[in-house]
Write a protein that binds this ligand. Structure first.
Ligand code: C2E
Ligand code: MG
Ligand code: MG
Length: 371
């Protein structure tokens, strides 16, 4: 048994059997034993019991021309697949894994380039208070200005970054850029301006999230109360103990917490009781359909009421028409965001955005455009 680096261990099993099938069965047995052993909680220095998970990748030496390096590489790919499948399991190496590992390496490579060459930018979508037309803040949205493919939307590449955990590298860059920008807007928009940052499920699951946020707030001198993090319901539902602890620490830091795409995830109302939150963002699908579909309208007005009763701010996402805005005002929704006002704007255009809109005579300047 050897520690190979970081949190990776290598187990070498000898003389597993006469045939490959026999060897595989014995290796599988060993992996199962290890997984079983890791299921028990650990107590360190008499503290709280801690849980850990294990992902096992298995490569079998077939007695041909494989080198030790090759064998290690294969077990590593298999382990990666086990992680991808959700941890606490094992996988055998298979030749198709080679292809997937190669595309992961290519993506990693182009991502590193993109960060170095400033190919990523943040755009800022205004959030408007429905009653007054006042600018509440901006949501930072990521764009990849690809040299060949043009602007790529995050819906395309964030799932890939999530899958490969590369989101963490980019995440630090996003926090830094966004917080720096919000601080730079202090003169222009004042200290009430909020900045919303999206935090993906993988980012939310990282133990150092709060430390990272604290550091960028300190570096740029921004008050924590000006920052809102947006998490989705599925991020909260990953692991309830971790979620509770992460939310407690975020709260202690003093940032606001919003649930993004509310209504589309697991929507367990129990967590609204257990977790302390600030904002619900109604998913834009409901907003898009609410004027034609009585069911969608009922869902939207119920979420608005729920928010009021729980003391939460409610933001309607994806508002594209004056009719939708007026319906939301009539139903006492607090805040809106959407193409009716603006898509995600480059810094220069966001900087000249008015602090209050002339709301009663507001007309969208162009038909809905994509950001
Ligand atoms: P989201 O956080 O729910 O962001 C809202 C999405 O709706 C954005 O798409 C925005 O451009 C789009 N949108 C805003 N108003 C309207 C409207 O009136 N009509 C329509 N049809 N769409 C509207 P975008 O920028 O493509 O982002 C997609 C998702 O990618 C985001 O959903 C968010 O989950 C994720 N994302 C974006 N930026 C980041 C980031 O910096 N970090 C992370 N982790 N995720 C991000
Ligand atoms: Mg969002
Ligand atoms: Mg959303």
């Amino acid at each position: 048994l050897a520690r190979h680096g970081g949190d990776e261990l290598v187990v070498v099993l000898k003389d597993l059997g006469a045939t490959p099938a026999e060897a595989a069965a014995r290796a599988e047995e060993a992996a199962q034993k290890m997984l079983q052993a890791m299921r028990a909680p650990f107590v360190i220095d008499g503290g709280e019991p801690r849980h850990s998970t294990l992902s096992v990748g298995i490569a079998i030496f077939q007695g041909q021309h494989e080198s030790a390096d090759e064998l290690l590489k294969r077990s590593d790919m298999a382990m990666y697949e086990a992680k991808r499948a959700g941890r606490q399991q094992y996988r055998f190496f298979s030749p198709e894994m080679n292809g997937r590992a190669r595309s992961r390496l290519m993506l990693e490579e182009s991502l590193r380039h993109a960060i170095e060459q400033d190919d990523f930018v943040l755009v800022y979508q205004p959030q408007i208070e429905l009653a007054t037309g006042r600018l509440r803040g901006f949501e930072a949205l990521l764009r990849w200005e690809h040299r060949v493919a043009g602007t790529i939307s995050p819906g395309v590449f964030i799932p890939l970054l999530e899958e490969t955990r590369l989101i963490n590298r980019l995440g630090e860059w996003i926090f830094d850029q966004g917080v720096r920008q919000c601080q730079a807007w202090r003169e222009r928009f004042g200290e009430q301006l909020l900045l919303s940052l999206n935090v993906s499920p993988v980012q939310f699951g990282m133990p150092q999230l709060v430390a990272d946020l604290r550091r960028v707030l300190e570096v740029h001198g921004l008050q924590a109360s000006q920052l809102e993090v947006e998490v989705t319901e599925s991020a909260l539902m990953q692991d309830l103990d971790t979620t509770r602890e992460q939310l407690r620490q975020l709260r202690q830091l003093g940032v606001r917490i919003a649930i993004d795409d509310f209504g589309t995830g697991y929507s367990s109302l129990a967590y609204l009781r257990h977790f302390e939150l600030d904002t619900l963002k109604i998913d834009r699908l409901f907003i898009a359909n609410m004027l034609d579909s009585p069911k969608d309208a009922a869902i939207v007005s119920t979420i608005i009421d729920l928010g009021h009763h729980l003391g939460l701010e409610v933001i309607a996402e994806g508002v594209e028409t004056l009719e939708q805005r007026d319906w939301l005002i009539a139903h006492h929704c607090t805040t809106m965001q959407g193409f009716l006002v603006a898509p995600g704007l480059p810094v220069a255009r966001a900087s000249t955005f008015p602090t209050r809109l002339d709301w009663s005579s507001w007309q969208p300047d162009e038909p809905p455009h994509s950001s």
